[in-house]
Design a protein. Structure first.
Length: 296
């Protein structure tokens, strides 16, 4: 009888403790709007959380259509981390209760003086400042600080772990910055044309000069008159490079380079958009290397 009672008691205790143990083992779930944020969360949080990106690395993040499964995961998220500004207009249509960390509030922004509406009264994508700020490694350091603070509030017991990873990431950026700047120093002041206005932060950090963007409105092909003005400006400014993104029109890039007398270089704006861009540091490594090879 005592053996039966002991067995029954063990079963009851096992079932009563199982939910508590499962809950303790369940990781916190972080939703990032981009793979770049996802990579930074991984660098700071390690294996203490699960993190997923809503946008694929080669996807246009401005026009994302959330799938039902993504909406469900948003509802159960512990934290949502976003680029902010007007980079994810679709996020306002999603309903969820998780706190939101807007990383744009923690960095130095460029092009904040851009008019809210163009002359033709069409909304401008970068109306609140250019949102591609993660491509400046100094901004990535500020983003890491904001993430470590938010994660420390979410999981106080792991605050020291997050802070240590943040400090390691910042040291790694500082060490790589010496290498990156040395590699690009011979090309300081180089004039470039971009297809989409993605690279202002990167160019500003590494002393490159953006003369113009081929697409005045992202995703809208320039008119023949706009192209003619662009070609003349490129020849006058002696532009050396046309910078293409993964989603740039190949025909437009070739046309601009040919008529403007410049070379083409394809840069990668997001982690995962190229196999070599495995994380944030290798993303910048890759772009610096491609620029050096194109300018050499």
């Amino acid at each position: 009888m005592r053996a039966i009672f002991t067995f029954a008691l063990a079963v009851v205790l096992a079932f009563s403790l199982a939910p508590r143990q499962a809950a303790a083992a369940s990781p916190f779930h972080i939703i990032a709007t981009t793979t770049d944020i996802q990579a930074l969360v991984k660098a700071i949080a390690g294996d203490k959380v699960e993190v997923e990106s809503l946008a694929a690395p080669t996807q246009d993040p401005h026009s994302l259509e959330l799938k039902p499964g993504q909406l469900m995961r948003l509802h159960s998220a512990s934290l949502v981390v976003r680029i902010g500004l007007d980079h994810e207009p679709w996020l306002a249509r999603a309903q969820f209760k998780a706190p939101v960390l807007n990383l744009s509030e923690n960095v130095g922004l460029l092009q904040t003086e851009t008019p809210r509406l163009r002359v033709e009264r069409q909304s401008h994508v970068h109306a609140f400042g250019n949102p591609h700020y993660w491509l400046d490694p100094e901004n990535a350091k500020a983003m890491a600080v904001a993430l470590s603070q938010a994660l420390g509030k979410l999981i106080p017991a792991e605050r020291a772990y997050f802070d240590a990873n943040r400090d390691l990431f910042i040291r790694q950026v500082d060490e790589r910055m010496v290498t990156w700047k040395k590699a690009l120093a011979p090309y300081a002041g180089t004039r470039i044309v971009v297809v989409h206005d993605t690279w202002i932060y990167f160019a500003n950090r590494f002393d490159l000069s953006i003369v113009a963007a081929a697409e005045a409105t992202p995703g809208v092909p320039p008119s023949p008159a706009e192209l003619a003005r662009l070609y003349a400006r490129m020849r006058e400014a002696k532009v050396r490079l046309v910078v293409a993104d993964p989603n740039s029109s190949d025909s437009l890039v070739r046309q601009v380079a040919e008529h403007g007398g410049a070379r083409i270089v394809a840069l990668i704006p997001s982690v995962g958009a190229d196999p070599a861009a495995r994380d944030y540091l290798s993303l910048i490594d890759l772009n610096v290397d491609r620029l050096v090879k194109a300018l050499h």
